[in-house]
Design a protein around this ligand. Structure first.
Ligand code: ADP
Ligand code: MG
Length: 664
């Protein structure tokens, strides 16, 4: 029974400049198992074209090529892939071994593409390499062996899946007479084992060894001549190879081997694109470090459990509104209101008893303390003997003032105050325990009162603070009473049950329409500004990511061009488009992974250096790398590379195997 039947096969090439060329003009023949067929003819007569069509590399032909009862032209993609994998083996004139793979991997390739496990495929490849006499060289690369040896490897490769047919296009064309004989013997053995061998040759001597000769001229079959009866020596049972599709794992492994072969170049690309990743991660970490430094210094001298609550500046809003209305009387009234608010005598900045109760009853709040704070530019002064200092802010004691705020002395008792360290220096040396006179204006009335200095105060470690007097709320209230004014608290200090609850309390207070402390507002403003700056710098750094994307794209494109032939071979061995794409995408993934890892590593090293210096100088870590940044760096790098790899991978997968194999 015929293994293969050609019925009036024609092939017409479309020419690039329009027009067409008919390379095969109706070839009919029938082939049986065990035949060794020599195909001879002038150069350009159509021999390779015939081989490629029979080999299923080109489905665009006329007539019929029937294998297992079905015309090749009607095969589905998967059927064609299976045909390549298990029915046919190719041997090329130029061997077409894959240069970066060992002989073992080259021979095992068709099995790798069929997802046969490593142990099985290597055992089979070793056995075949032994049959062609190369067992001593299995781990060598193709470049390390001679031409004759390469062709023996190619023969082993063609046999790995035990195909029914071998197609050999001038297998001895690049060999000298002696090696030609060895290769010819191997090919004769293949035919004897019951396979159909179609061999293109120029040499009449080689043709004379064959059982049948087809002479082709100008796309037509001139002669079909049987020289000897075929003798099949041992028709063993055909090994059934399970044909599966290649897994991601194997695609990845092939990618890894290629990356290794082009290590220098790939390392350079990875280094190049790691710079982009590094700048982005570094900028983010730097922003984070600086922001948290600002936050921690701004908040380190306040009690972490205390929330300061202010009423929103309603009078300010009123004033703005009236200004735009141009109503001068209303504006004057609003100004008055604001002044009252500042001195703490206004109604709208004071908390009513009801409001205080409500705040005190918030969840997580254990204590609500009345407080009063007023800015008095020059109207409040403090006198000691003949020295006088102006006070900018008068404030009441609360649990918000921590012991770390008290530089010297202790917390004030009845009729005692704290004065800020700077003001204390103006008044005299060692003011603790001294009596000072406080002058202040309440409701246009000047009042005077003597207080004992309990200690000095500062908001931060550096000691620089505004001129502030801290008195007890009860003392201040009785002082106001003397003038006939009722002191209304304009600040409420809420103490949370623990540190972690504070932020919840703060959020709730804001939800209720109150505002926090001045410091908090400033901290927020600073961190907002820093966030903007960080975002801008990160954005600029991200531009370099575009550069690396393009770089990876170019390199992978070059790689596709360089490996055109390899891709052709892979397709002839049964690689699907998907497989080729996966190999290239895996390579892109590997570049991205190494670039990301390198970028993260360099950022980490730089952060150690930067933090070492910033610790020595300011006792802070300027760069705060978080796991999120590290992981994002890695993920972004991989995504970018794979995105860049998509186009070249697609291009590679679409290469026409016939064109690829013809490429010099
Ligand atoms: P052989 O292998 O016998 O030397 P080929 O099969 O390679 O011949 O080529 C047969 C003819 O088809 C030649 O004239 C060649 O120029 C032409 N040919 C081959 N490939 C193409 C192609 N892709 N486009 C146009 N013409 C082609
Ligand atoms: Mg040819």
């Amino acid at each position: 029974m015929a293994v293969l039947e050609l019925k009036n096969v024609t092939k017409t090439y479309k020419l690039a400049g329009g027009g067409s060329f008919q390379a095969l003009k109706g070839i009919s023949a029938s082939f049986e198992a065990g035949e060794l067929v020599a195909i001879v003819g002038e150069s350009g007569s159509g021999k390779s074209t015939l081989m490629n069509t029979i080999g299923g590399l080109d489905s665009d032909f006329g007539g019929q090529i029937i294998y297992e009862g079905k015309n090749l032209a009607t095969y589905s993609k998967q059927e064609l892939v299976d045909y390549h994998k298990k029915s046919i083996g190719f041997i090329f004139q130029n061997f077409n071994l894959i240069p970066h793979l060992s002989l073992l991997d080259n021979v095992a390739m068709a099995m790798t593409l069929s997802n046969v496990n490593q142990k099985t495929r290597e055992a089979r490849a070793k056995e075949l390499l032994k049959q062609v006499g190369l067992e001593a060289h299995i781990y060598k690369k193709p470049d390390a062996i001679s031409g004759g040896q390469k062709q023996r490897v190619a023969i082993a490769r063609a046999l790995i899946n035990d195909p029914d047919m071998i197609i050999a296009d001038e297998p001895t064309g690049a060999l000298d007479a002696e090696t030609t004989d060895t290769v010819l013997e191997l090919i004769k053995d293949i035919a004897k084992s019951g396979k159909l061998v179609l061999m293109v040759t120029h040499s009449e001597r080689v043709a004379s060894h064959c059982s049948r000769v087809l002479r082709i001229d100008n796309g037509q079959l001139l002669e079909d001549f049987r020289q000897e009866e075929l003798v099949i020596e041992d028709s063993q049972n055909k090994e059934q190879v399970a044909v599966k599709n290649m897994s991601w794992y194997n695609a990845f492994r092939l990618a890894l081997l290629n990356m290794k072969a082009k290590f220098g170049r790939n390392a350079l690309v990875a280094v190049g694109s790691s710079i982009g990743i590094m700048s982005v991660v570094l900028m983010l970490s730097l922003g984070k470090g600086v922001t948290s430094y600002v936050k921690s210094t701004m908040n380190s001298y306040t009690n972490p459990r205390v929330t300061e609550v202010h009423k929103n500046g309603t009078s300010n809003q009123k004033r703005m509104a009236t200004q735009t209305n141009g109503n001068s009387a209303a504006q004057a009234q609003a100004n008055q209101d604001m002044l009252k608010a500042l001195t703490g005598t206004g109604n709208d900045s004071g908390f009513s008893q009801k409001e205080i109760k409500k705040l005190a009853s918030l969840k997580d709040v254990t204590k609500a303390q009345k407080g009063f704070s007023t800015i008095s530019l020059g109207t409040t002064t403090v006198k000691y003997k003949n020295k006088e200092a102006s006070i900018v802010q008068l404030q009441t004691m609360s649990s918000a003032v921590t012991d770390s705020n008290i530089r010297q002395g202790k917390r004030p008792g009845k009729n005692e105050i704290l004065i800020d360290a700077g003001t204390a220096d103006i008044l005299g040396k060692n003011m603790i325990g001294k009596k000072v006179t406080l002058h202040l204006t309440v409701d246009s009335k000047q009042i005077e009162k003597t207080f004992k200095v309990a200690g000095t105060y500062s908001l931060s470690a550096s000691g620089s603070s505004t001129a502030t007097i801290l008195a007890r709320y009860s003392d201040l209230a009785s002082l106001y009473k003397e003038t006939g004014t009722n002191l209304k608290p304009n600040v409420i200090y809420l103490t949370a049950k623990d540190k972690d609850a504070t932020s919840r309390v703060k959020d709730k207070v804001k939800d209720l329409g109150y505002s926090g402390s001045m410091q908090e507002a400033m901290t927020d403003m600073f961190s907002d500004m820093l966030t903007i700056i960080t975002d801008v710098l990160t954005g600029i750094a991200a531009i370099s990511l575009i550069v690396s994307t393009i770089m990876i794209l170019v390199v992978l494109n070059i790689s596709v061009v360089e490996r055109t032939k390899e891709i052709g071979v892979l397709k002839a061995l049964g690689a699907r488009r998907k497989d080729i794409r996966r190999i290239f995408v895996s390579e892109a993934f590997l570049i991205g992974l190494s670039a990301g890892a390198l970028g993260d590593l360099v950022t980490w090293i730089l952060s150690l250096i930067a933090n070492h210096f910033s610790q020595a100088m300011f006792e802070i870590n300027v760069v705060a790398i978080t796991p999120q940044y590290v992981i994002s760096g890695l993920v972004i790098s991989i995504l970018i590379s794979m995105l860049a790899g998509m186009m070249p991978a697609n291009r590679a997968s679409k290469l026409d195997p016939v064109d690829s194999l013809r490429k010099e």
